[in-house]
Write a protein that binds this ligand. Structure first.
Ligand code: SAJ
Length: 420
């Protein structure tokens, strides 16, 4: 059955979800407080980078099934997909979810469905949303159906994963869960598993926490291997030949709005219990400092140190710098008085950005491969070598061709291996 759906929040999750429902025949009102997003969208344009999203949005808008507005409209279904950032004190900032929930109350009618997609602390649906939704006068669970269905898509693969991933739907009662499952079946090809709202909230948090803790283990291993004088990447490669071992990749830290944030939502409510989780978060947060320490050690007493950072996003081949550990590294270098050049073809604006790679490398004392953007694999390292002052490369991702670089004459250093 084709439904009217009002989606609050037109960011990395809300917009692709809106486009997906719209191209499957539903009538969508996309709502955002940012009028620029709304204006652009109504002309079929988007302001975020995600493969094929522009084409899909254009098709959705042209078909008339997707319109944007700065305020909600009456609908059969309301989906909340707003940010849940973290405060300085590592507490979930639920202001957007609260405001979004309040904003839809005047538009609610008997039989409506409300879905929270935003990643949220356990208890958000039951303790924050339901008391607000009750103001509609509708009987919760009988006249108004509510569920949490957390998004699980990977930036860079959003449109594929929206369709193919399994999905969890946590309803405030079985009827709510079933109605929401039937709605997502419009485009979801993966399995849809039903549970209660609080369990769904915890599942989402724990998925990202699982990854964060495993990355922390890999990062700790990389420091241990530096201490032992062996290569962590070789250890990981060989360990992962074991059928039940899957060590993650070390790196200069963990970024993005998910892994670096969500584990804190568990810690906040379970301070005395979530010990490994909190320690892992801190381990990953410390990695830019570790990288900085290695840069200091390699460059030693050079007077005016010039460092060229390749990549500033939180992961490869995307334009997203949210919570990027490389921004923190840049700050550390800045405080220590380094001359910094940042080269990242994906990013339009960032501190110390230099558009031309050769300009960014000229007179440099060290290239730091911070993000493994595909195009960094085969740069013209011969030309770069000639331009540099001191010929150091520090590979934080085990990404570059060590043999080729040493043959050119570079001093090649690798995170997770102190003998290089
Ligand atoms: N990273 C490592 N080592 C690794 C893997 C990742 O250092 O072995 C770093 C990356 O460099 C990056 C960060 O972790 O800085 C996060 O990258 P990611 O690719 O692991 O994940 P996100 O944040 O882009 O997306 C995650 C996904 N969650 C899981 O894979 C469990 C995605 O499915 C979620 O939908 C998304 O969070 C979200 O929105 O919650």
């Amino acid at each position: 059955m084709k439904q009217k759906i009002c989606i609050i929040g037109l960011g990395y999750i809300g917009l692709p979800t809106a486009a997906m429902f719209a191209t499957h025949g539903h009538k969508i009102t996309g709502v955002d407080v940012n009028s620029r997003i709304v204006d652009e969208l109504n002309q079929g344009r988007i302001i975020i980078e995600e493969p094929y999203l522009d084409i899909m949005v254009q098709a959705a808008v042209t078909s008339g099934n997707l319109v944007a507005d700065t305020k909600p409209a009456e609908a059969d279904v309301f989906i909340i997909a707003v940010p849940t950032p973290i405060t300085e004190e590592k507490k979930a900032d639920m202001a957007y979810v609260k405001a979004a929930t309040e904003s839809i109350v005047p538009y609610l009618n008997k039989g409506n469905i409300v879905i929270l997609e935003s990643t949220s602390p356990v208890g958000t649906v039951n303790n924050l949303m339901l008391p607000i939704l009750e103001r509609s006068g509708l009987k919760i669970g009988e006249e108004l159906f509510v569920a949490h269905s957390p998004e699980r898509v990977l930036p860079g693969r959003i449109l594929i994963e929206l369709v193919e991933n399994n999905r969890i739907v946590g309803g405030i009662n079985t009827k709510s869960a079933e109605l929401v499952r039937d709605l997502y079946k419009t485009f979801v090809k993966g399995e849809i598993y039903l549970t209660d709202a609080a369990t769904a909230e915890m599942c989402k948090l724990m998925e990202n926490t699982f990854r964060d803790v495993n990355i922390a283990l890999a990062n700790e291993l990389s420091k241990i291997c530096e201490n032992e004088g062996i290569n962590a990447w070789e250890v990981i490669r060989l360990c992962n030949k074991h059928p039940r071992v899957n060590i993650h990749q070390p790196g200069p830290g963990v970024g993005g709005h998910c892994l670096a944030v969500d584990p804190w939502f568990i810690v906040e409510r379970n301070k005395e219990l979530a010990k490994i989780i909190e320690f892992s978060r801190k381990t990953n947060d410390e990695m830019p400092h570790h990288v900085f320490g290695r840069i200091e050690a390699i460059l030693g007493n050079i007077k005016k140190k010039v460092v060229t950072i390749l990549g500033v996003t939180y992961k490869p081949d995307i334009d997203d710098t949210r919570e990027s550990p490389i921004l923190e590294l840049v700050e550390l270098l800045e405080h220590a008085g380094y001359e910094i050049r940042v080269y990242d073809p994906f990013v339009n604006e960032t501190k110390y950005k230099i558009d031309n790679l050769m300009d960014a490398c000229s007179d440099s004392d060290m290239i730091v491969l911070a993000v493994n953007h595909s195009q960094f694999k085969d740069l013209d390292f011969n030309a770069i070598y000639r331009l540099m002052n001191n010929k150091n490369i520090f590979d934080c991702r085990n990404y570059l061709h060590k043999d080729k670089l040493t043959e050119i004459g570079f001093n090649y250093y690798l995170l997770g291996n102190s003998s290089q």
